[in-house]
Design a protein around this ligand. Structure first.
Ligand SMILES: *[C@@H]1O[C@H](CO)[C@@H](O)[C@H](O)[C@H]1NC(C)=O
Ligand SMILES: *[C@@H]1O[C@H](CO)[C@@H](O)[C@H](O)[C@H]1NC(C)=O
Ligand SMILES: *[C@@H]1O[C@H](CO)[C@@H](O)[C@H](O)[C@H]1NC(C)=O
Ligand SMILES: *[C@@H]1O[C@H](CO)[C@@H](O)[C@H](O)[C@H]1NC(C)=O
Length: 222
């Protein structure tokens, strides 16, 4: 047991404590000169780069701002991409990417500039973005639209007692208004303790009655 803990420790620690996000080292070299990520990060004060990432200098916990995964022979998105969910800018150009599963950018609510190869479309479709423009062999998807905006085309109906909140390009989540919770936000109260105890009590009572009944019948028969 004593020998197992030191081995598990790196898995339990958050990525910044273990020395940077693994996704920054996924592709070789630094942020490519000329990528939209290099331009963006050069324009922001107080940024530093680590591998293919640029981040806020000295921020703890680490806050990634940009990720350049261009020209990296990617056929699909790297598995650790969720680490970078806070990024503002992402470059996926010059990769033989196949169409991305919808929901690939779940939680990427800050993403405002995304460059993808022409073979792909902007995630969530062009309606999920304010501007979609062609730049050479890439699409530049800029400015996430709020899909909760009911006057837009992506109007989304959350159940009653719930508020719609953006959750990435073309993606939404429904947040239950307190005190509602559970499936479709139909439950009310902090925890259905009363219901839980009531059901448990009813089961106990019926079992007791059943046992009492059967035992009594047994006792009567000679
Ligand atoms: C990046 O490219 C620009 C012009 O395209 C050049 O001025 C700059 O020196 C280059 N930087 C590096 C680190 O190569
Ligand atoms: C996922 O994408 C497919 C087509 O690419 C579409 O038909 C489907 O509605 C999408 N699912 C969701 C939940 O958006
Ligand atoms: C979209 O394009 C318009 C017109 O070029 C520009 O004014 C606007 O700032 C752009 N929006 C974003 C989020 O890039
Ligand atoms: C909602 O959509 C309308 C029309 O598309 C737009 O004028 C308005 O600014 C949007 N509001 C938000 C909060 O996105």
């Amino acid at each position: 047991m004593g020998a197992v803990l030191p081995l598990l420790l790196p898995l339990l620690l958050p990525p910044w404590a273990a020395g940077g996000a693994a996704v920054c080292g996924r592709c070789p070299g630094p942020v490519r000169n000329g990528s939209i990520v290099a331009q963006y990060c050069a324009s922001q004060a107080g940024t530093e780069s680590e591998g293919r990432c640029c981040r806020e200098r000295g921020a703890r916990p680490e806050r990634l701002l940009g990720l350049d995964l261009s020209d990296c022979s990617l056929h699909s998105l790297p598995p650790g991409l969720a680490e970078a969910a806070a990024i503002v800018i992402l470059d996926l150009t010059e990769n033989p990417l196949t169409p991305l599963p919808n929901g690939s950018f779940l939680g990427f609510t800050h993403l405002q500039h995304l460059m993808v190869p022409l073979a792909l479309e902007c995630p969530g479709g062009s309606n999920a973005w304010e501007n979609v423009t062609m730049h050479g062999k890439s699409w530049l998807c800029q400015g996430q639209r709020n899909p909760c905006n009911s006057s837009g085309e992506l109007a989304w109906l959350c159940p009653e007692n719930a508020a719609c909140a953006p959750d990435g390009p073309g993606l939404v989540q429904c947040l239950c208004d307190s005190p509602f919770h559970g499936y479709k936000c139909l439950r009310e109260g902090t925890f259905p303790m009363l219901l839980f105890c009531g059901i448990l009590g009813a089961i106990t009572l019926s079992l007791s009655l059943l046992l009492w009944g059967t035992q009594r019948r047994k006792a009567k028969t000679p």
